[in-house]
Design a protein around this ligand. Structure first.
Ligand code: FAD
Length: 575
């Protein structure tokens, strides 16, 4: 992915302009890019170096500059062609983010921070500002940082206290004076340029500040649980004077809107981190379990081991992948910013990555608890993905609130209609779990309706748990659809090739069963727990949930888990 590779790139439009379709890289260029990243990592980031940097809490700044510079040129992916970049699509960016995170989430975070930091410019800047900053980003490989979070404003960015006070000359505003503090900023101590969210008189607004500006200082790196290879630092702004054209877009009060415009896209990137780190951990435990002999045979042949520590995690990660891909394709097709879908993708992929890494430690036994096998580092690293770019709880809230509106607007049909469509898919293409996933969607519609009539979403716990059920139900739907597309040879040529159509079908069945049960029993638990159904009305709750059908759909579950294990371990009889 070197800068000199760009002339052969046939790319599309800007990746996050919310406008028309984006074609992005050709499939073979994407493949070359992924290969170049892996070769770079093999050469420059050997395991012993990664372990040392992690232990010593050291960010490999020079390596990151090489990755975002002429050596590898990853930053070009985020820059539209007209400014000298490669104009990668969301799909391309997700594949690259997954690859980066599989190598190291900390290094991936540093690269992501540059993409994030330049997002307010890509989305909201004037034509001149875009030309200046995006061209400099492409040509100079500038490292950016994204300065939104403050000590008292994290999930609730509206509470931010950093101020931008207009500086006037002869009655005209000629610039701003920024004062405040930013916290936990990735690349905070190493960036060349910063986008800073501050309260101007017209409301929250983004400003671009270069390193070295008077009054702008960076704290020393935070001592963190994970991603210790990534520089994270507080920023201090003490009367930092900027020119008028540092205000992104030239109009005050657009900051939160500009941030929201890219949430779908940026959350997909973090979702891809969850996939990359989760699979990196699973790949290690899968390999380990073929060699570790206990009780006369390898662990990989012990069903109690594989069906707890491997198979469910594979299914969850692949369900999340189906949703990530589907959302990226929709963003690239020009369907808008898709914030809710980005939240669903991030929620499931990062939670799946986190639990997969946890299982990988367990699967290594005592060795997993030591540093040498890397899974304990991956676990510490992947943990951040459920926190930054919006915590899992904020994702649950975002998902539930949005889909709640859809439920109300369609008078309860939203998930029933999606369930009907999946039933039609099941009739046309049986064997991909679509019928079971449809049961989950119908049950979800009924649970939402109980919540409406009982006014149960006033209980925040219920609302957030609905967010979880929605994410599972929509990801089950996406995985069944991906399996059908794979069977029809209709997946994107850029799609991850790890599982073939038969493998995806069995994974879809496994995940759909789990999801349908989760929705039905979770729904009963939350509705009943919040007083939504009493003894007299309980049958009215249970019958439309079709619990009988959901229980019946569990048949064959163990055989499918056996099949997944066979596929993962390359044994015959997989699907
Ligand atoms: C390593 C690292 C790198 C980061 N990089 C960046 C960066 O580059 N730029 C940047 O701007 N920020 C960055 N962040 C900040 C990150 O985005 C925030 O930490 C995150 O958004 C959560 O905010 P908070 O830490 O203030 O937690 P809080 O918002 O205080 O949340 C604490 C807990 O309460 C929950 N919670 C919050 N609100 C609610 C609610 N209304 N209802 C129910 N539960 C709630 C949360 O889910 C969480 O579990 C980084 C953080 C870390 C740790």
């Amino acid at each position: 992915m070197a800068a000199d590779a760009s002339p052969v790139v046939t790319a599309g439009a800007e990746p996050m302009d919310g406008g028309g379709p984006t074609r992005g890289l050709d499939a073979d260029i994407l493949d070359m890019t992924l290969q170049a990243i892996q070769e770079f990592a093999d050469r420059h980031l050997p395991t012993d170096l990664v372990l040392r940097l992690d232990h010593e809490d050291e960010c490999p700044v020079e390596l990151i500059r090489k990755m975002c510079g002429d050596d590898l040129g990853i930053h070009l992916l985020f820059v539209p062609e007209q400014y000298g970049g490669m104009g990668g699509s969301s799909f391309d960016v997700c594949r690259v983010c997954e690859k980066m995170a599989a190598i190291d989430v900390g290094v991936a975070t540093s690269v992501l921070a540059t993409a994030l930091g330049s997002d307010p410019i890509a989305v909201g800047a004037t034509a001149d500002q875009k030309k200046l900053w995006l061209t400099r980003l492409a040509e100079e490989g500038l490292l950016f940082a994204y300065g939104a979070t403050e000590p008292e404003a994290g999930s609730d960015l509206g509470a931010l206290k950093t101020t931008a006070t207009p500086v006037e000359q002869d009655g005209r505003v000629v610039g701003y004076r920024l004062n405040g503090r930013k916290q936990w900023i990735s690349n905070g101590g190493i960036a060349d340029a910063y986008t800073i969210l501050a309260n101007a008189p017209g409301g929250p607004s983004w400003f671009v500040i270069e390193r070295g500006a008077d009054g702008f200082t960076q704290a020393k790196p935070e001592d963190k649980h994970g991603i210790r290879l990534s520089n994270t630092a507080a920023l201090y702004l003490d009367d930092v004077q900027v020119e008028l054209d540092a205000l992104v877009g030239g109009v005050e009060g657009q900051g939160l809107l500009q941030a929201q415009q890219v949430f779908g896209y940026t959350r997909l990137m973090v979702a891809a981190f969850g996939l990359g780190a989760g699979w990196s951990a699973l790949d290690r435990v899968i390999a380990y379990s073929t060699e570790r002999i206990q009780a006369g045979g390898p662990l990989s042949e012990k069903q109690g081991y594989t069906h707890k520590l491997i198979v469910p995690h594979v299914a969850r990660l692949e369900a999340a992948r189906a949703y990530v891909e589907q959302t990226a394709e929709r963003i690239d097709a020009g369907e808008g910013s898709l914030n809710t879908e980005g939240a669903i993708a991030k929620y499931l992929a990062t939670e799946a990555g986190n639990t997969a890494a946890e299982a990988a430690i367990q699967g290594h036994g005592g060795y997993g608890y030591t540093r040498e096998y890397l899974v304990e580092k991956i676990k510490r690293d992947v943990r951040i993905t459920t926190i930054y770019e919006g915590t899992s709880e904020i994702m649950e809230m975002t998902i539930a609130r949005d889909r709640w509106q859809e439920h109300l607007k369609t008078r309860g049909r939203y998930y029933h209609d999606r369930g009907d469509a999946l039933e039609a898919l099941d009739a046309a293409s049986p064997g991909v779990g679509a019928g079971t996933a449809a049961l989950g969607l119908h049950a979800l519609a009924e649970v939402l309706e109980w919540c409406r009539t009982g006014r149960l979403t006033r209980q925040q716990h219920v609302l957030l748990r609905l967010g979880e059920l929605i994410a599972y139900a929509e990801c089950a739907e996406a995985l069944s659809r991906r399996a059908v597309r794979a069977a029809n040879g209709a997946l994107s040529p850029k799609a991850d090739p790890r599982f073939d159509a038969a493998g995806l079908a069995v994974l879809a069945r496994v995940f759909a069963r789990d999801t349908a049960l989760r929705v039905a029993w979770g729904g009963v638990q939350f509705v009943r727990g919040a007083g939504g159904a009493d003894d007299a009305t309980l049958p009215e709750l249970e019958a439309p949930l079709r619990t009988h059908d959901i229980v019946a759909s569990q048949a064959g579950g163990l055989a499918d888990m056996d099949a997944v294990a066979d596929i993962v371990y390359g044994r015959s009889g997989g699907s």
